[in-house]
Design a protein around this ligand. Structure first.
Ligand SMILES: *Cc1c(COP(=O)(O)O)cnc(C)c1O
Length: 415
């Protein structure tokens, strides 16, 4: 059988690993080592020449292992497998999602360049863009979901910075209200200024299974692998998928920032990738059942879930084009305010009260006072992040148990 003809879930147990090189071990061992022995000094010299780009590799010449900040088998196998899900040429892994995101910015933006980004973004990303990038002379400009292609193009042109545009960075769906952004339209905006503009999409919420940004014209698909990819709430990691050219640039930058993933965490993620598809699919099936329960509940005012976008909604076309599932994240406004939301959270028994998402267990939190507490009040209001909003990451427990828990916690709320 040819690897090219196989489905991603079949490749997760084999691609990139040769048992014969590891005493026949069925599973890839943890290469918990800082450095690698060279057979001969000549090989060490050749590997460094290739690693530092001092010369091109000869045909058939393979890069050897040097030192775990530059390369390590656990990372290499993991990256080869991760790229498969996004249909990408290559992937790079990092010690956290924020390490991946900040490395993308540091590699692609220089003083004087313009970055255009969508709001709301993950809080850490927003902080890096608004607090750090301007301090090194990067110009920044934000836009909101729903702003049309022509409006965005006009906004960039009229700023006089169009010729400086180097990157568009977006997050879709936006957290926690699931607002959608059209990736193809962003590609058109980028191309209206220059072909070299890098379009990067934070694909943490719906990837790598249900949204494939590269297929819609993005250059980079960026992840907090802490979430669905890791999937067990037991590690912190980040990843980026894209072309060989861009990923090699990110890996070169990573070598000098030293923020590569550790071999042990890479090994944990290799294990996680074997069950990625069944985990995400079960979580999505559960979410659909939880949505049905919430949609009809007398103490619930409004539910945010991609599965309830109707055909009359302007984002319906984007939803149909970009997503293959409504996903497993649900937010809802409880009737009342913070007090009612807290009563609900404090009364959950199985669902855990914690931030983060995409793990095997269901997690619930209060965006306004937790994950999104740094957003100024007027902006939070505009983004519909209210006192009564609760966010739930649906896990892979039996949906009857999740619903029973949510139901009894809602019962504890007095209206
Ligand atoms: C969690 C998260 C991040 C940050 O990732 P870390 O792994 O915590 O560094 C970035 N983007 C999104 C959408 C996230 O949910």
């Amino acid at each position: 059988m040819n690897y090219q003809d196989m489905h991603p879930e079949s490749l997760m147990m084999s691609l990139g690993y040769k048992p014969a090189l590891s005493e026949g071990s069925v599973k890839c061992p943890i290469f918990q080592t800082s450095t690698f022995v060279f057979d001969k000094a000549e090989y060490g010299k050749a590997f460094f020449e290739m690693a530092y780009g001092l010369r091109e590799a000869e045909t058939d010449e393979e890069m050897g292992l040097i030192y775990s900040r530059l390369n390590n088998p656990n990372l290499q196998i993991l990256e080869e497998r991760l790229a498969v899900w996004d249909g990408a040429e290559a992937a790079a892994t990092f010690i956290s999602g924020m390490a991946a995101i900040s490395t993308v910015f540091l590699e692609c933006l220089k003083p004087g360049d313009l970055l255009v980004y969508s709001t709301p973004l993950y809080g850490g990303t927003d902080h890096f863009i608004t607090e750090y990038l301007p301090s090194i002379g990067v110009e920044i400009m934000s836009f909101k979901p729903g702003q049309e292609f022509s409006e965005l193009t006009k906004m960039i042109s009229s700023s006089g910075l169009g010729s400086k545009l180097k990157m568009i960075y977006i997050e879709t769906p936006a957290n926690p209200t699931n607002a959608l952004i059209d990736i193809e339209a962003c590609r058109k905006v980028a191309d209206a200024f220059s072909e070299d503009v890098v379009l990067a999409v934070d694909n943490t919420y719906m990837g790598p299974l249900w949204q494939h940004p590269l297929k819609h014209g993005a250059d980079l698909s960026v992840y907090s692998a802490t979430k669905y990819i890791g999937g067990h709430s037991d590690l912190i990691a980040g990843a980026v998928c894209g072309s060989n050219d861009l990923i090699n640039r990110l890996k070169a930058q990573r070598t000098f920032l030293g923020n590569m993933l550790s071999p042990f965490t890479a090994w944990l993620m290799l294990r996680s990738l074997e069950t990625l598809k069944i985990r995400m699919e079960q979580a999505a099936r559960n979410a659909e059942q939880v949505y049905r329960f919430l949609a009809n509940h007398e103490k619930v005012a409004k539910v945010y879930y991609l599965g309830n976008i109707t055909e009359t909604d302007p984002s319906y076309a984007i939803y149909k084009k970009q997503y293959t599932s409504p996903g497993a994240m649900i937010s809802f406004d409880i009737k009342g305010g913070e007090k009612e939301a807290f009563t609900f959270l404090n009364n959950l028994k199985m669902v855990k009260l914690a931030v983060s998402l995409g793990g095997t267990e269901s997690l619930a939190e209060h965006p306004k006072s937790m994950t999104h507490s740094s957003i100024p009040a007027d902006l939070a209001k505009e983004m519909q992040i209210t006192d009564s909003l609760v966010r739930i990451s649906i896990g892979i427990e039996h949906y009857d148990d999740i619903i029973r828990d949510i139901s009894q916690a809602l019962d504890a709320v007095d209206l």
